[in-house]
Design a protein around this ligand. Structure first.
Ligand SMILES: Nc1ncnc2c1ncn2[C@@H]1O[C@H](COP(=O)(O)OP(=O)(O)OP(=O)(O)O)[C@@H](O)[C@H]1O
Ligand SMILES: [Mg+2]
Length: 233
């Protein structure tokens, strides 16, 4: 099992007040699953994604990632695991505005200490993979929304993480461009990646094979989609 979560809670502490964001989550996700997480605003989706991606730690409960108990890792080990194994994609792309597409995609490799020539080679390959070979010298302001998201996906893919975590990846895109991004996710799934997408749009979630619906910090339902059912037949 790639992801195994047991009785997980997360409270945010704000001075005297504790905000319970997750109230007891149990969840298993296997390698090469394609999962959507849905739920109302404030239900705990991003909180869960941050924990899944080792950007944050639970208050109580266990998180086993690749059978490793994440709570036993120190900050360096956590960031190492994150950099190697998890690719993040966000609603607002999170690209560095002064850098062109190529340099944005090279960045994670720079942090990982990969030498320049190899960095460039891998970034070019990754940008080619998402169909942006012709736009490598463009800065974010010189790209469309869909192209910016492709750069962000190329950046997420460049370290060959195997797991993609996307928080509202189509939230800032029109529906046609959103569908193009989801078609790209389909391809990445077919290549063996594990994909976890947070979305509030049912049509986007239907691309996945399983929808986990979160409500008020708890899993309200966990059901296969039509595509997921076809897969099992
Ligand atoms: N850093 C934080 N400090 C304090 N409270 C927080 C923090 N982040 C989130 N919360 C609270 O935790 C709860 C869950 O927030 P979360 O961001 O996970 O919701 P969400 O499901 O992603 O919502 P949305 O659909 O609006 O993105 C909310 O009540 C929110 O106010
Ligand atoms: Mg959110």
């Amino acid at each position: 099992m790639l992801i195994e979560i047991k009785d997980l809670t997360k409270n945010y502490v704000m001075g005297e007040i504790e905000v319970p964001a997750l109230k007891g989550i149990n969840l298993k996700i296997a390698r090469n699953e394609y999962v959507a997480i849905m739920g109302p605003s404030g239900s705990g989706k991003s909180t869960l994604m941050n924990i899944l991606g080792c950007l944050d730690t639970p208050t109580t409960g266990n998180y086993l990632f690749n059978r490793v108990d994440v709570s036993t890792l120190d900050d360096d080990q956590l960031s190492e695991m994150r950099n190697r194994q998890i690719g993040f994609i966000f609603q607002n792309f999170n690209l560095l505005p002064r850098m062109n597409a190529l340099h944005n995609v090279e960045l994670p490799l720079m942090y990982a200490g990969v030498p320049k020539h190899e960095r460039t080679e891998r970034a070019l390959k990754s940008l080619g993979r998402v169909g942006l070979a012709e736009r490598i010298h463009h800065k974010p302001t010189e790209l469309s929304g869909g192209q910016k998201q492709r750069v962000a996906i190329a950046r997420a893919l460049v370290s060959n993480p195997g797991i993609l975590l996307a928080d509202e990846p189509t939230g800032a895109l029109d529906s046609k461009t959103g569908d193009e991004i989801m078609a790209l996710f389909d391809e990445l799934y077919n290549e063996g990646n594990t994909i976890i997408v947070i979305t509030h749009e049912r049509e986007i979630a239907e691309y996945s094979h399983r929808i986990i619906y979160i409500k008020d910090g708890l899993i309200f339902s966990d059901e296969p989609t039509e595509r997921g059912k076809q897969l099992k037949r």
